[in-house]
Write a protein that binds this ligand. Structure first.
Ligand code: BG6
Length: 492
């Protein structure tokens, strides 16, 4: 069985930063997949832009990107050749006018298509690229711009980026990507909540005890130590991906699934987050950690400082937070968030723990009655598990056990799970902004993150060290156990 595809209109995808990691690992493979799925119209092509003189080599690079990042079984020579016919290259500089006239000329050949400008470059270049797109007449009605994270490194710099982009493109043609929103299981959260009558009546403080969101990675900072050291886990993962997940869990049902209705609701959640803006609040509700040498996947791995090649750094590679949403639905329901590099495994999960039953009719021999739990597994093995108490099979007495009602997407649907970028890039062509962040959302998220960063910047206490391959510093366990709760063990 293949997944249903909805054809898109003719388009040109212009990728700035075309020789970079994102283009190679994600964008070209995503377009290839959509091509072999038959979703790209004949009139669809990709123009790579970067500063190097690569006219011919770029196609070879694109070929290599597909071979490196698409499973072999999915690549045939005819499909690859046909895809590469769509690919061309323009040499241009983001911060000078060099090459821009050629780019404009190339695009002039496609006046009736949608022009998608994907800025897969350093964010410091977003303003300069947009300014030139405007000046060279490329930002007309048929043009859309896609910007990647990080959008700024705090509220002020995020505003400056948004301002620079907004001078050239109106908000309805700006697509701020958060690839977590393109993940199948994340979108399924919307289906789960709003296409089922079962959960929504229970989706509030009266019935939910607390929520946990874990995004764990087993990798370290790999080749990105320079970027990462200026970012850290809070900026890299919490400000965007994890807060977006929190919004989808916590938002009110939108009146319909259109871009502004959804984003209005997410914005209200972000604005209702209780600020963590004092030393005392941060000390109580945040934990930051940094990995030291340890073991991962059965082998020894180095610590963060060695990966960075530095003697010291106060950048956090792990963060755990207790967040609260000050509104009627969620008052008193903690959201425990944690993410980190070099944790025992790569797993992302949202765990909703319901309140205990009010009274037990069973005697003590039946065992402890544990609260119901809904676990939404984002990766790997996307799926949903609802843990319910049931009777242990067999004669002799009533013994109870928490067991999962298991829905694995792989088993239920038997289709290949598309990468987030496949969905998101085509959503840009479709003009659907639902899964993209609006300017006010990004700024509201920074508005909550900024005070934490400020408190951390002024404290003399360094991040707590944790051994690579463990679940972060012990303070992260204390953060939740202090409330009489515990992190739900996530197993890949
Ligand atoms: C990126 C972060 O946004 O998300 C990376 O910059 C992180 O540090 C990555 O590794 C995780 O994405 P995924 O899809 O692999 O969970």
């Amino acid at each position: 069985m293949t997944s249903r595809t909805i054809p898109v209109s003719p388009f040109v995808l212009v990728v700035f930063g075309a020789t970079g990691d994102l283009a190679r690992r994600k964008l070209l493979p995503a377009m290839f997949h959509r091509d072999i799925a038959g979703q790209l119209p004949e009139a669809a092509n990709i123009i790579g832009v970067s500063r190097g003189a690569l006219e011919h080599d770029f196609t070879a690079q694109a070929r290599q990107a597909i071979l490196d990042h698409v499973p072999k079984a999915e690549v045939t020579e005819p499909a690859l050749d046909s895809f590469l016919k769509r690919v061309s290259y323009v040499q241009a500089e983001a911060d000078s006018d060099k090459g821009w006239a050629q780019l404009a000329e190339r695009l002039a050949a496609y006046p009736d298509r949608i022009h998608v400008f994907y800025l897969a470059t350093a964010p410091t270049l977003f303003g300069a690229i947009c300014e030139r797109l405007g000046r060279f007449g490329l930002a007309g009605e048929n043009a859309r711009v896609v910007v990647e994270k990080p959008i700024g490194k705090d509220l002020a710099s995020a505003r400056a980026v948004n301002e620079a982009v907004g001078k050239v493109f109106p908000e309805e043609r700006v697509y701020r990507i958060d690839h977590y929103l393109g993940k199948e299981a994340v979108q399924n959260l919307l289906a789960l909540r709003f296409a089922n009558a079962l959960f929504e009546p229970l989706w509030n403080a009266a019935h939910i005890d607390h929520v946990q969101i874990t995004v764990a990675e087993s990798l370290g900072v790999e080749g990105r130590a320079d970027y990462y050291d200026n970012a850290g886990a809070l900026r890299d993962m919490v400000q965007n991906h994890i807060l977006q997940l929190l919004c989808l869990v916590a938002m009110e049902p939108p009146a319909k699934l259109d871009a502004d209705a959804v984003r209005d609701e997410k914005l209200k959640v972000l604005r209702s987050l209780t600020p963590l803006n004092t030393d005392a609040l941060c000390a109580l509700n945040t934990v930051r950690g940094q990995y030291r040498a340890g073991a991962s996947a059965g082998g020894a791995v180095s610590g963060y400082l060695e990966d960075l090649g530095a003697d010291e750094s106060s950048t956090e590679t792990f963060v755990a937070l207790k967040a609260e949403i000050g509104n009627w639905r969620w008052a008193g329901v903690p959201f425990y968030l944690r993410t980190g590099k070099r944790l025992p495994t790569r797993v992302s999960e949202i765990v909703i723990t319901f309140r205990p039953i009010p009274h037990s009719v069973f005697d003590r021999a039946a065992g402890t009655i544990e609260p119901n739990r809904l676990v939404i597994r984002l990766q790997p093995d996307e799926g949903v598990r609802l843990f319910v108490m049931s009777k242990d099979p067999g004669p002799g007495g009533m013994r109870l056990r928490l067991v999962p009602l298991d829905m694995s997407f792989a088993a239920a649907f038997r289709v290949r799970n598309p990468d987030a970028y496949e969905r998101l890039v085509l959503d840009v062509v479709r003009g659907n902004q639902t899964l993209f962040m609006r300017r006010d959302e990004v700024e509201a998220a920074w508005n909550w993150i900024d005070p934490i960063l400020q408190v951390w910047a002024t404290t003399s206490e360094p991040p707590k060290s944790y051994t690579a391959g463990t679940w972060g510093p012990s303070a992260a366990i204390a953060l939740i156990e202090r409330d009489g709760r515990t992190w739900v063990e996530t197993v890949a």
